[in-house]
Each structure stands twice: as C-alpha cells, then as structure tokens.
Design a protein around this ligand. Structure first.
Ligand code: SF4
Ligand code: SF3
Length: 565
C-alpha cells in the first residue's frame, strides 16, 4: 500500500474499483467487487468513463467556440449514471453503450473541427482519451481496458493526485446521476451540461496539481448544488411540495407492484398505468418520500412503503408477492433469492437476464403483477411520519426560531445519507438515540431507515425526527440551514447544528462536496472514510473544513454539543 490506494494491482488482468464505501481493503481488485460487479463489468465501465471524457474534451472546446450539440450533451448524465455503484451489472449493455459513446465522440469531434474551420482556426491537439480507439466487441474492449484503468498513472502521479482525481470523478458521477433524474423529470439547463463537460474535459487532461484538483472538487460541489436545486424544482413543480404524511409501512391485501430506487417520474408512470386495476403500488427504499408529494399521494392505489434500505432488498424482494421495478440505485443480485423473473429494470439500471423496459411502457410489470398472488391479507397498520422538506419546515420557521430563542430547541442534527451493510452503520442509529430530548433531527437518504422507526417523541408538537426526503433533498436541508442562519444573523457554522453524514456511493460524494463548497465545517463522515481520501487529502480537508471521521457515537455527540475538549 502507498497511502490508502493499493499499488499492487495486476493491471490489465484484474479490476480496480474504490468508488464505494464497501470496497475491499486496498480496493476491489480480484475477479469481482463486494457489490457483485465482475471484473469484466468493472473494466467496461472504466472504458466507458474514458470515452465519456473524450466526448467532453471535444464538446467543451466546441462550446468555447459557440458550437453545441444537444444530443451529445443530454447523452452524458445517463451514461455516467450507469457506472454508479449498484446500478448496472450487464456487460452487453455496456458494450452497446460504449459503441454509442464512441459515435457521440465522433460527432463531438466533427462539431469542434467544423467550428475551428468556420473560424479559420487550427484544431488543438487533444489528450489520449479523445483519440483512443478501444474497439467494438466485448473482447476488444476488455483487451483495451488497462489503458482506462483508474490507477494507470498511479506510479507516475502518486496516491494523492490519484485520490483527488477519483474524488472528482465520483463527485461527477453522483452529480450526473442527479442531473439525469432532473432531465427525466423534464428539467435541464444548458450551463449544467456545459459544466459537466468542463469537469470531464479537465479529468481527461490528466491533471496533477493538487491545488487545482481541490478547487475543481469545490466547483463540482457548486455544480451539484445547482443540479440538486434543479431536481428539487422538477419534483416540486410536477408533484407539489411534500407535506407531512403518515406513510403506511405495512401491506394491504391484494395484488401488488413494488417500485424501488429514486425516480418519482417512473413511479408516476406505474401509478398511471395501474389506475383502476386493483393493483396496490408500494414504494421501497429511497422512494418512501414519494408518498408525501400531493401529486403522487393523490393516487388511491399508492398503498405506502414496503421494506427498508437497499441492503435489505434480497430478503424483502424475495418475500414480496408481486412484481418489482428498479428505477435507479441500489440493485443487488436478484438471482440468488429467486425473484429475477418478477423483477424489471428501467433507465440506467441493468442486470443480465432481467427484463429492461424502455419508454415508460410498464405493461410487462402490470401483466406480471396480475399473474402473482399479491398479499392475502392486510397486515396490522404501521405508519411512519415523513414529508418535512424545505417548504414545510420553512412554513414553521417562525415557530422554530421562537423555540430556539426560548431554549426549547437546544440543538439540530442532520443525520443522513446512504445506508449500507456494514455493522459500523449502527453508529447513525446510536447517535440518533443518544441525541438530547430538546434536539431535532433532520434526516434524508436511505440512511434514515437506521432510526426512522424509533419513537423519539416531539417538541411542542414538532416531531423530533424530520424526514426531509431522498439523498438529493440535502438541498432542502441546506435551504433550511441557510434560512436559519439568515434569520439568526450568523453563519451556518455558528448555528447549533451538527452534521453526521453516512456515505456509501457516489451521490453521497457529490453531496459531501456541495457541503464543503458551502463552507460547512465539522462534518462527521462515516462509517469509514473513502479510500480515495488519502492521508494527505484528508489532512487538507481537516485543515480547511475540520472534516472528521465518525468515532464512538456518544463521544462524538459530546463534541457536537460542545461538552468535550
Ligand atoms: Fe467494490 Fe464498491 Fe467498486 Fe463494487 S462499486 S467493485 S463494491 S468499490
Ligand atoms: Fe441509498 Fe443507494 Fe445512497 Fe440515495 S439507495 S442514498 S445508498
């Protein structure tokens, strides 16, 4: 090991992936990752990423000359999304997507060269990512893959530069995934697509300057902030603002469809296509907050939420007696527990042999649901309160400020982010349980399932646990924090506010960079630190932002409350 990134990878023969929290010590390197991604899939994803960076090289230069191709631009977010952890495991899909990406790159190159010719300029030389011809077949692409390995420059540039490049790439992936959610929901902005190209082109240039890489990571945080704002706008314009709702967590008698992932628009399509058919539609995991949007909860057959966070899905999907649709991350192997024949994927998600549906035609899901028995009886009613996004919380901001002023609310915690399988994630449950009774807990992401079933009571009628929504609704939490700091005439860092962020995949990396870009200090990050944050990068982030790893919940809590040295 050098730094935290292994140098002992047998490049060209195996995979190398460190993008998620469940990575193996030194990175997932041999045959398959802990997520189940095979060596071939990992290598094809590396090839795709390098081709995407080649596209951005040309598109970024063409844009500087005023030439834009909307087809090339809108291809990018979804293509990055397929490479996030627990999204797509289908090699054939990636071979096809790389072919499309190479055609896009040709188009972007022609666009740039034409723009140069039209202006009497000579096209500049481009980095290798833009010229690379990896081949067309699976075999050719796998042979070429070592050229695209994330650690191919490790010996030359060292672990810190490599780690910072990874930090930026993973932030870009997460941000692109949110951009794709917004695009699907009907919202996109040209400047966002331009900035996505800008980051890709920067990475393709092989940056080595630590200061420049760090600055780009902060700019990525700014970009992700704007993307989350756009997604918030897309959701609230289409479905209204989330409102406090008792979400049913126990199934009802009848045929059923389970929709998992993050995509509200795909859920809406399923609800449309099952109207009046006697099929109950349930959300799973990150789609729980869908039950709180007026435009979605108006469907009487949106029957509530079934199950918990993604890592429990094999047990929960196996027990679910209906059809299942996975709209985005996080997917786990559906074959071992025998439900692959009633699972469907859409959008960026894929698993070889599992039916993938395009164009929001979910008739196959409906047909499968009608073939399956469904629940034979109503389970005893159990509910969870959710729907405390920015509009609701801002609506009681006056009351909240009075409560803070009177000392009824002594502290606010943001405990949220991703969930995962590691035992260390109990930290977030323990922390929530230890918080004082005069504190509020804002939560979001699938990490909330660690404690959202606990009865932590209320303060003057306001529930102590306020579920703000999905991981992208970190935007909502940011807006609330900014509003409080404005009202109290202090900085966010001077609020009685502490953040404990649970990370797992690349969306969380993007959210973390947004918080750092906003200058938020003292974030506790866990349950383990990302492998790509080498000791040098971590020292830099500790120095600038007092970013710290989660430790023992009780000790961290004392520090957060200012009771410890
Ligand atoms: Fe390993 Fe995570 Fe990469 Fe999967 S996504 S191969 S678990 S680091
Ligand atoms: Fe969860 Fe995958 Fe990240 Fe959207 S569903 S927070 S882990």
């Amino acid at each position: 090991m050098r730094g935290k990134i292994a140098v002992e990878t047998r490049r060209g023969h195996f995979m190398f992936c460190i993008q998620c929290e469940q990575t193996k010590p030194g990175g997932c390197q041999v045959r398959a990752g802990n997520c189940g991604k095979t060596e071939a899939t990992a290598n094809l994803q590396d090839v795709l990423i390098m081709v995407l960076q080649g596209i951005s090289t040309y598109a970024d230069r063409a844009r500087r000359l005023g030439a834009v191709d909307p087809a090339v631009d809108s291809f990018m977010p979804g293509a990055y999304f397929t490479t996030l952890t627990n999204v797509n495991f289908d090699d054939d899909f990636f071979v096809g997507l790389i072919g499309q990406a190479l055609a896009m790159r040709d188009g972007a190159r022609r666009l740039y060269e034409t723009a140069c010719r039209d202006r009497g300029l000579t096209a500049d030389s481009v980095p290798a990512a833009a010229r690379w011809q990896p081949g067309a077949t699976r075999e050719e692409l796998l042979l070429a893959a070592p050229m695209a390995s994330l650690v191919k420059d490790l010996d030359r540039v060292g672990p810190t530069v490599t780690g910072l490049r990874e930090l930026l790439l993973y932030g870009l992936k997460g941000c692109a995934a949110y951009a794709e959610h917004a695009r699907i929901a009907g919202r996109m902005r040209d400047d966002i697509l331009a900035r996505i190209h800008g980051v890709g082109a920067f990475l393709a240039s092989g940056p080595t300057d630590v200061g420049e890489l760090t600055e780009q990571a902060m700019q990525l945080g700014a970009l992700n902030h704007d993307v989350m704002a756009l997604l918030d706008e897309a959701h609230t314009t289409r479905f209204g603002h989330p409102e406090p709702t008792q979400v049913r967590m126990s199934p009802r008698r009848g045929r059923c469809i389970l929709v998992s992932g993050h995509d509200l628009v795909e859920l809406e399509a399923i609800l449309e296509q099952t109207q009046g058919m006697g099929i109950n539609v349930y959300t799973h995991g990150e789609l729980l907050p869908a039950n709180t949007y007026p435009g979605l909860k108006a469907y009487p057959h949106l029957a509530g939420n079934y199950g918990h966070a993604w890592q429990d899905q094999q047990r929960e999907f196996a027990a679910f007696p209906g059809a299942i649709l996975m709209t985005s991350n996080c997917l786990i192997d559906p074959e071992t527990r025998g439900y692959a024949d009633r699972l469907f994927t859409c959008g960026p998600v894929g698993w070889k042999g599992v039916r993938h549906l395009d164009d929001r035609d979910f008739s196959a899901v409906v047909t499968r649901a009608l073939e399956l028995p469904g629940f034979t009886e109503d389970a005893p009613e159990k509910t969870i309160m959710a729907g405390f996004a920015r509009n609701t919380v801002m609506g009681v901001a006056g009351t909240l400020l009075e409560m803070i002023g009177r000392g009824d609310v002594g502290h606010i915690f943001l405990i949220g982010g991703c969930d995962g399988a590691r035992l260390g994630r109990n930290y977030f449950h323990d922390l929530a349980m230890e918080t004082p009774k005069d504190s509020l807990i804002l939560t979001l992401g699938c990490g909330k399932f660690r404690f959202n079933g606990e009865d932590l009571g209320d303060i003057g009628g306001i529930p102590r646990v306020l579920d703000m929504g999905q991981c992208n609704d970190a935007y909502s939490a940011i807006q609330v924090a900014l509003a409080l700091s404005k009202a109290l005439d202090c900085s966010v860092n001077d609020l009685p506010l502490s953040l404990a962020i649970s990370w797992f995949e690349q969306k969380a990396t993007a959210v973390l960079l947004t918080l750092l870009y906003l200058g938020v200090r003292n974030i506790h990050l866990g349950p383990t630190l990302p492998t790509y944050l080498t000791p040098e990068v971590m020292a830099l982030l500790q120095d600038k932002f007092a970013l710290q790893p989660t430790g023992i919940a009780r000790d961290d809590l004392q520090r957060m409350l200012g009771h410890a040295a």
